[in-house]
Design a binder for this molecule. Structure first.
Ligand code: SF4
Length: 338
């Protein structure tokens, strides 16, 4: 059976609603009526981030979901994130405003492909980035975020082979830092992050020599950024490889007056809110995730009015996936992943 991916679906977002004050009021009223907490990922549209009760990265939001007393979680993000929230909070109703909001990185590997890869490397330890489906997490030994991927791999005995999936750029970053030769990397990528490339970064860095560079390790340019630093083209202390949660922490403590940001452009909204005095600029201002932007004002309203779309994960998959996520939380500083 061929797996259905986000590329097979009609991805025209729900539309026709203006995010004005009346919309905002109605969203909050319906959320209260439904006993729902509204969570928005850092890459969401600004109006969705602004109306949400909490914003953050995928893991931070899943933790908030698990500790919330609300009986319903409305997850404004992409599908695997809502699944992770459901895995960690099986007793709660988890809704996503548009279930077609997938992720090209999570779609890079299916559970069947992972089972085949494992069969080729018996005894290997599987490490999966949190951007994976629940079915892939169920086949995983330990999940990781971009913040603790290095610690997770270091926690595995040296003589064990490691299968790292699905992101090749994060995998290359981990391999470079750990120097581990028995780490095999799946050739998956996020189309948005892979589109942020080295030449573009080099050009922007040369035009803004005093700017800090905040780089997400899933970016195709992470290798270039380290290379540029190694060559002395950019002072090494200006290059910061950070998860989205760590970017916010760094924004509050940097002395730089301008920062070049290499990740999805939705992140600029939170960074500007966190440090309004800093000039944040995108390395690639076309780096916008169409799946994240499917959570429109109309989709959120429909979700709250109709209780749709509900996210479910079968019990066995959820239990196995939960073990992999819990092992991740026990190692290093998980931070927030994407
Ligand atoms: S930005 Fe990339 S990794 Fe993130 S949700 Fe979109 S497709 Fe997936």
């Amino acid at each position: 059976m061929v797996a259905t991916t986000t590329t097979d679906l009609d991805l025209t977002p729900y539309g026709g609603v203006t995010p004005d004050a009346a919309w905002r009021e109605e969203v909050l009223r319906l959320a209260e009526e439904r006993d729902a907490v509204l969570l928005a990922h850092n890459y969401q549209l600004p109006e969705i981030q602004d109306v949400a009760h909490h914003t953050g990265d995928s893991l931070a939001l899943s933790r908030i979901a698990a500790s919330s007393t609300a009986s319903t979680i409305v997850f404004c993000g992409v599908h695997f994130m809502a699944e992770t929230a459901k895995i960690l909070s099986p007793e709660k109703t988890v809704l996503i405003p548009d279930e077609r909001a997938g992720c090209s990185l999570a779609d890079s590997i299916t559970a069947e492909q992972l089972r085949e890869w494992k069969a080729q490397h018996p005894g290997a330890v599987v490490v999966s980035y949190v951007n994976t489906t629940a079915a892939v997490k169920a086949e995983t030994d330990v999940c990781c975020t971009s913040s603790n991927a290095v610690d997770v791999v270091r926690s595995i005995p040296e003589d064990r082979e490691v299968l790292f999936c699905p992101d090749q750029f994060l995998g290359a970053h981990v391999k470079r830092v750990t120097g581990r030769e028995n780490l095999h990397i799946w050739a998956g990528e996020c189309h948005v992050h892979a589109g942020i490339n080295g030449p573009e970064l080099a050009e922007k860095a040369a035009a803004n020599p005093d700017a800090d560079l905040f780089i997400h390790p899933e970016c195709g340019c992470a290798t270039s950024a380290l290379y540029l630093a190694g060559e002395g083209a950019v002072p090494a202390d200006q290059v910061k490889i950070l998860s989205t949660g760590d970017m916010l922490t760094a924004a509050r403590s940097t002395n730089a007056s301008s920062v070049l940001v290499a990740t999805e452009v939705g992140m600029l909204h939170q960074l500007r809110r966190a440090a309004p005095e800093i000039d944040f600029r995108a390395v690639n201002d076309r780096a916008s995730c169409r799946y994240m932007k499917m959570i429109t004002p109309a989709a959120l309203l429909r979700c709250l009015r109709e209780g749709l779309d509900e996210v479910t994960v079968d019990q066995e998959t959820a239990e196995r996936g939960r073990d992999a996520v819990r092992r991740m939380i026990a190692i290093g500083q998980p931070g927030g992943g994407e």
